[in-house]
Design a protein around this ligand. Structure first.
Ligand SMILES: Cc1cc2nc3c(=O)[nH]c(=O)nc-3n(C[C@H](O)[C@H](O)[C@H](O)COP(=O)(O)OP(=O)(O)OC[C@H]3O[C@@H](n4cnc5c(N)ncnc54)[C@H](O)[C@@H]3O)c2cc1C
Length: 368
């Protein structure tokens, strides 16, 4: 499977094209149900296993790793917050069986990257619901089998009084609102869409979206996205190590070139340890044994801040090590795509927003 994912990475990047062969191979391997519990037909993978899958896929193709991770977060949200509603359980089982991709529709015109605010609202007549949302970024929006859409609970609700709706592809019409020609993560195919969905009222998740965000969407996103970025950084590190090994010693290069490898390894080891620590802290909450805390949110946010910036530094060190071979788009020592992909990390929920959240949280929390 990984050889298929790896083989398609450059084409998806160059053409800004959805990595269909890689996604098909991932589907065939049953990985799109990894985050769905066994009782609903999924694999019930542990957090550590989910992070490993994210990193491994990303080493082969950053876009495929990110698509898989975003999907895993959506199905985990449904798995953990369906509240036993029969319609939601039925759809979850169908998603597990069909290995269909679930896209995230949280972004919205006029809201920026503030996950906890919506303009769009759900309107219910009888037992039928409807929502219309102008989303600014919807990864694999045109390719998904289902959508998890956030919106205000009803037309009178405040922007923060949100729910999440699971809508199937045949319940949704999409109108693409913006082109897609970004710097990196090009294979995620994430333009803006006007999303109009008509669905059974029972497809509205029964708990407030704030609770879903706090217990699942935010911690798991930051954990799996970080695993993706660490995978990309690991790949750039390995390419620079291979470059130095093949070049051999004694060719006149100054020691600082090799020192970069040690510096990158130091940064990578720190991120790996932070990821492992965050998994340990989040595991009892993910298992439903404990409620999320302010301290957990601070830690998952800190992981996201570190992974989204230090991985860029690691890829930069690889670029400086490989020189022009690293600067090329092709070849065994190219780190160009990896670096471009990694620059998206600080924007996927702007780091400024996360720094402000943590600063506010740290003023009231005891540091644990
Ligand atoms: C590859 C990729 C895939 C994505 N996929 C999806 C997806 O599938 N679904 C989805 O819903 N979203 C997705 N997103 C969107 C993403 O998570 C953010 O919502 C989006 O990038 C935010 O857009 P923005 O940077 O224009 O807006 P903002 O977050 O508003 O940021 C704009 C600027 O304002 C600053 N800023 C704004 N508000 C504050 C504040 N309160 N405090 C401090 N600074 C602030 C920011 O630092 C930044 O400089 C994706 C993003 C990327 C990069």
């Amino acid at each position: 499977m990984l050889s298929v994912v790896r083989a398609g990475a450059s084409d998806a990047d160059r053409d800004g094209r959805f990595p269909t062969p890689a996604v098909d191979a991932t589907r065939k391997a049953g990985l799109f149900s990894a985050a769905i519990p066994v009782e609903f037909g999924g694999r019930g993978a542990s957090l550590a296993d989910l992070a490993r899958i994210a990193s491994t896929l990303a080493r082969a193709c950053g876009a495929t790793g990110m698509i898989w991770s975003m999907h895993a977060v959506q199905v985990a949200c449904i798995s953990r917050h369906h509240g036993g509603v029969p319609r939601l359980v039925e759809l979850l089982e169908k998603l597990a069986l069909g290995q269909q991709l679930v896209a995230s529709v949280t972004s919205e015109q006029g809201v920026g990257g503030n996950l906890r605010s919506s303009r769009a609202c759900v309107e219910v007549a009888g037992d039928a619901g409807h929502v219309e949302k102008a989303a600014t970024v919807v990864s694999y929006g045109a390719e998904a089998g289902a959508y998890l859409i956030t919106a205000r609970r009803n037309p009178q609700s405040l922007p923060s009084d949100q729910v999440a709706v699971l809508a199937l592809r045949d319940q949704v019409t999409l109108e693409q609102l913006s082109p897609w020609n970004p710097m990196g993560m090009r294979g995620t195919c994430s333009p803006g869409f006007r999303v109009q969905a008509s669905f059974d009222e029972a497809q509205i998740l029964p708990v407030a979206f704030g609770e879903i965000a706090e217990a699942t969407m935010v911690p798991l996103s930051h954990l799996l996205w970080s695993a993706v970025w660490i995978g990309l950084a690991t790949e750039s590190f390995e390419r620079s190590r291979r470059f130095l090994r093949q070049r051999g010693r004694g060719n006149g290069s100054a020691p600082p070139v090799e020192r970069r490898l040690a510096e990158a390894d130091r940064l990578l080891a720190g991120l790996e340890a932070q990821l492992a620590d965050t998994i340990l802290r989040y595991a009892p909450i993910y298992a439903g044994e404990r409620k999320p805390t302010n301290n957990l949110l601070i830690r998952v946010n800190a992981l996201k801040l570190a992974a989204s910036t230090d991985t860029v530094r690691i890829a930069e060190l690889a670029l400086e090590t490989c020189g022009m071979a690293g600067y090329q788009e092709d070849g065994a020592y190219s780190v160009s795509r990896l670096l471009r992909d990694l620059y998206s990390a600080r924007l996927m929920i702007a780091n400024d927003r996360i720094l402000d959240t943590n600063a506010a949280g740290l003023l009231i929390a005891k540091r644990k």
